[in-house]
Ligand binder design. Structure first.
Ligand code: SF4
Length: 540
């Protein structure tokens, strides 16, 4: 009989994270059987959580910024790759001002805690972490995105951004370690799970299996991505939890080889192969090119002989996570970049904007459509004038009107429709962060709305289904892709006026009329049935 032998599944190497120390009073230390126990008070956990969510809403990791900046130096990067990269870096600079969060979707709050047996808290940790999240979202210009189900079909915004996803794991030692994550809806929606048959790895057909699945992530989660793939797992749930950690780079320092005890490891060879594969897709950083992904993490886990769980997910343009720890020496929080301007390229911005076509939106819809009809897909357009902002709930309300034989409002026919929902407006600002949301969620409305003369021009992020291409061909419509991710930059420099025109009770889901200046976008679907993304074989 084999002997009992225990090995940790995740064997972490040295933590190379750079931390900064937060101000705090020394902790009380109690002794139990000669063992020192660190006594942590409520305010320490609450303030740390509050600080963490403020930081990840405004600042990025230096490695992430460096990866964006490298796109400018790469001769193989497309002009559109560089244009998106520049926009994301400008956005990072606006967000680092600490007022406008980097993205209007400030995310679901996710916290992983690892609590050593030498840590004592005489309270419900989850409650106090929730309180820290609540105060961070209340006191900063962050958006409340959580909906509470009152019944199966009725939902209300909790107006606190709670509940959060909190997992606290008990461990040994005298440290309390944390990972704080703010996960946007668009990014979370690009998490996929498959129960593959074990033959996928036995025949080494794994890359063939993954190739179309990774491509189908599309661009709705604002690439370039940090792509995570987890292969194996003692259960489907464990596989998915590992995926979240992989996309956060939390597992970067686990071993790079497996062993007979079944430890988790990173397959760096496969990471390189998959990164190369994604470069060849041609999708690039949203509008054609090489930079679909910044990097890839592949984690291999042990599995039941009859199962092969596989998951795929991303960390998006708003790469928001941060590690923190409480030790005897104090409270430490991961050092994020407070001065992203050092990553801005030293090339004239004109060089990247020379191929753009300026379009005045304050003219009859027919005329705007005629101008767009004379351009080809992938053309960069710079928009100035009026847009109507409407997303999921507003579309539902307009459909209700049509279903009740009421007229579609004229504003839906006379102006392009921007799918978006703003974050809170900071004092003295015209708007809060206000980037595009995922267009695909509105696909089912397009044919009906265009039939009634509305939604002739749509503006949002990501790829769309064939029904939208078909409808645009039938009714002479267009879908323009806005760069996903730069909500702060758009709010600061491109959105000049915001007025709520219907359904104020829907909060950020209300219908708004906004005035934009020099708002960048790309023609993705035209009135002839062309779809920029279909040329890459993305299936919806
Ligand atoms: S960057 Fe894009 S995918 Fe990420 S949270 Fe913002 S809108 Fe969502």
């Amino acid at each position: 009989m084999s002997k009992f032998k225990y090995e940790k599944l995740f064997q972490f190497g040295k933590d190379n994270t750079k931390y900064i120390k937060l101000d705090s009073k020394p902790f009380k230390i109690k002794k139990i059987d000669d063992k020192e126990i660190l006594v942590i008070t409520k305010d320490v956990i609450e303030n740390l959580t509050k600080e963490a969510f403020y930081n990840i809403s405004h600042f990025l990791r230096p490695d992430h910024l460096n990866q964006i900046s490298k796109i400018f130096k790469d001769k193989e990067a497309s002009d559109n790759d560089k244009y998106v990269a520049l926009t994301l870096l400008k956005n990072a600079n606006v967000a680092a001002g600490g007022i406008l969060p980097m993205c209007q979707d400030t995310g679901t709050a996710i916290v992983l805690g690892k609590k050593g047996s030498g840590i004592w808290t005489n309270f419900d940790d989850e409650e106090i972490i929730s309180k820290g999240i609540w105060s961070s979202f209340k006191e900063n210009n962050l958006r409340y995105s959580q909906l509470a189900p009152i019944s199966m079909f009725e939902e209300v915004n909790t107006k606190t951004n709670l509940p959060a996803q909190i997992d606290i794991i008990s461990t040994t030692g005298s440290e309390y370690n944390f990972l704080f994550v703010a996960k946007g809806g668009g990014s979370a929606n690009k998490t996929f799970f498959y129960q593959a048959t074990p033959s996928v790895i036995r025949t080494k057909g794994i890359l063939k299996f993954l190739e179309p699945l990774i491509k189908n992530i599309g661009t709705a989660a604002c690439p370039p991505y940090h792509l995570g793939i987890v292969i194996g797992g003692t259960s489907g749930e464990m596989n998915m939890k590992t995926l979240k950690l992989a996309t956060c780079k939390y597992l970067d320092n686990i071993p790079k080889t497996g062993n007979s005890s079944g430890r988790a490891f990173r397959d760096v060879g496969m990471e390189k192969e998959i990164l190369e594969m994604t470069k060849k897709y041609g999708i690039g950083a949203q509008f054609g090119g090489k930079y679909f992904c910044h990097d890839v993490r592949v984690i291999r886990l042990p599995r039941h002989g009859a199962s092969l769980p596989i998951s795929i997910g991303v960390s998006c343009g708003a790469d928001r996570q941060l590690k923190a720890k409480i030790t005897k020496k104090g409270i430490f929080i991961e050092k994020l970049e407070k001065n992203p301007s050092i990553y801005l390229p030293k090339i004239p911005i004109k060089e990247l904007s020379s191929n753009s076509v300026k379009i005045n939106l304050n003219q009859p819809m027919k005329k705007i459509c005629k101008i767009l009809s004379g351009l080809t897909i992938k053309t960069r357009v710079i928009l100035s004038g009026t847009l109507i902002v409407a997303r999921d709930m507003a579309h539902g309300k307009i459909k209700e009107k049509i279903d009740s034989n009421l007229k579609m409002p004229d504003y839906f026919k006379n102006h392009p429709i921007y799918y978006a929902g703003p974050a809170k407006t900071p004092k003295g600002h015209v708007t809060g962060s206000f980037g595009p949301t995922t267009a695909g969620r509105m696909d089912s409305y397009v044919d009906l709305f265009q039939k009634h003369g509305g939604s002739k021009i749509m503006l949002a992020k990501g790829n769309r289904s064939k029904q939208v291409t078909d409808s645009c061909k039938k009714y002479g419509g267009f879908y323009l892709g806005s760069i996903g991710g730069p909500g702060a930059e758009l709010a600061q420099n491109n959105i000049k006026d915001v007025e709520c025109i219907e359904y104020p009770e829907l909060g950020m889901e209300a219908i708004w009329k906004i005035h934009v200046e020099n708002f960048p976008a790309f023609i993705v679907i035209d009135d002839k049935g062309n779809d920029f993304f279909q040329s890459f074989g993305i299936n919806n």
